[in-house]
Design a binder for this molecule. Structure first.
Ligand SMILES: [Zn+2]
Length: 63
C-alpha cells in the first residue's frame, strides 16, 4: 500500500505528488515539500487537513 498526497488536492497550484508507505513518512515528506517549495511551515491544523486528503494508491486493480 502506498499513500499519496497531491498539492492540487488542497487547492495549491502545484503538480507535486508526495508518496510514502506510512502516514508518518508521508506527513514528513509533505512538510518538507511545503517548506522547501512553498515556504510554508505545516502546523498541526494543516497536517490534520492534509491527512484528510491522503489517497491510497498502488492497488492491483485500476489506478
Ligand atoms: Zn507543492
Amino acid at each position: 500500500m502506498t499513500l499519496e498526497f497531491r498539492c492540487a488536492d488542497v487547492g495549491v497550484a502545484c503538480r507535486n505528488a508526495a508518496r510514502a508507505e506510512t502516514e508518518e513518512e508521508l506527513v514528513a515528506a509533505v512538510a518538507e515539500h511545503a517548506r522547501t517549495k512553498h515556504g510554508v511551515e505545516l502546523n498541526d491544523t494543516l497536517v490534520d487537513f492534509a491527512r484528510t486528503k491522503v489517497r491510497v494508491t498502488g492497488g492491483a486493480a485500476g489506478g
